[in-house]
Write a protein that binds this ligand. Structure first.
Ligand SMILES: Nc1ncnc2c1ncn2[C@@H]1O[C@H](COP(=O)(O)OP(=O)(O)O)[C@@H](O)[C@H]1O
Ligand SMILES: [Mg+2]
Length: 286
């Protein structure tokens, strides 16, 4: 089963609607923990700051981020931190021991985030109508959005990391692969059986669309493979079909995916992929 890519069986796609829960990002418990600074929190912060893995990056985390990590430890979502898997523009991803399995901890930077870009992605998303122009609120909403998108994608039968917890600017999710046997990006592996991989990807794109979602940054860099399973990641920017640029972004996703699989020798086109994924969805008309 190493080249089958583990397409999820599903009958759950039906019944996933296009309505959304409200997302509230007022003063978080993590902010309160960081404000109160009780002794235990201070010791926790010291300990983490001294930890070898965090040394390089500690300067990018503010006190409230440590508050969020503290809360996640208190709530048993994280037991011990491991090293970084990735340091990106807006977030770093770390391995960690979770309550009962290994987890990936994605820590978003509140200060260095491309806030204006984020705002554009939140536009037209009915879940975020209440968010004003505040930078911190925007970034926190973004993190909750990634969490909600992962949940929604999973309900729709798309293989994504199972979301576990979200606390302020920190998202905890299932670690795909193992600490000692890390999942690879599609871009990093030589794809065996690209036909099947392509069929799995386009089916997941279609399921996402059926659930009212468009990934918006889909490419071989946001798909990971482990143990014969293909997993879609990085759903922070994923938006609903109501977004004013939904069509353009879906077209771009289709171009990226078709171009990657063309390079793997398949005869595929982004137009065919778009038609397969979205059919003639009137909501995506220009
Ligand atoms: N749940 C996960 N399990 C394993 N690896 C992950 C997971 N989430 C992210 N990664 C790794 O971290 C990298 C960056 O994560 P991603 O969500 O794409 O953030 P960015 O916004 O920085 O691109 C990914 O390319 C992947 O290698
Ligand atoms: Mg990414």
């Amino acid at each position: 089963m190493t080249d089958e890519y583990g397409l999820l069986d599903t009958d759950a796609v039906e019944g996933v609607g296009d309505e959304w829960e409200d997302i509230d990002v007022t003063d978080t418990e993590a902010d309160q923990i960081a404000r109160d600074r009780d002794r235990e929190f201070e010791q926790f912060e010291e300990r983490i700051k001294d930890a070898e893995h965090f040394k390089v990056e500690q300067s990018v985390f503010d006190d409230a981020t440590f508050g969020a990590l503290y809360k996640l430890v208190e709530d048993d979502h994280i037991e011990a931190f491991g090293g970084p898997i990735s340091t990106g523009k807006e977030a770093n991803v770390y391995e960690a021991m979770g309550g009962d399995s290994e987890v990936a901890v994605k820590i978003f930077r509140v200060n260095a985030s491309p806030f204006q870009q984020m705002r554009e992605y939140l536009e037209g998303d009915p879940r975020f109508e209440g968010i004003g122009n505040d930078k911190k609120q925007t970034v926190l909403a973004w993190v909750r959005k990634e969490f909600a998108n992962l949940q929604r994608a999973q309900e729709a039968g798309v293989r994504v990391p199972t979301p576990i917890a979200v606390e302020r600017n920190v998202l905890v999710m299932e670690l795909v692969g193992l600490v000692e046997d890390r999942a690879r990006r599609l871009a990093e592996v030589s794809v065996e059986n690209p036909e099947t991989a392509y069929e799995v990807v386009r089916e997941y794109m279609r399921r996402l669309h059926t659930a009212g979602l468009i990934h918006g940054d889909l490419s071989e860099y946001n798909m990971i493979i482990h143990d014969g399973e293909l997993v879609i990641i990085d759903l922070g920017q994923a938006m609903t079909v109501h977004h004013p640029n939904a069509r353009d972004l879906l077209e771009r996703d289709c171009e990226n995916v078709a171009s990657f699989f063309s390079r793997q020798g398949l005869d595929v086109s982004s137009d065919d992929l778009f038609a397969f994924v979205a059919g003639d969805d009137a909501r995506l008309e220009r």
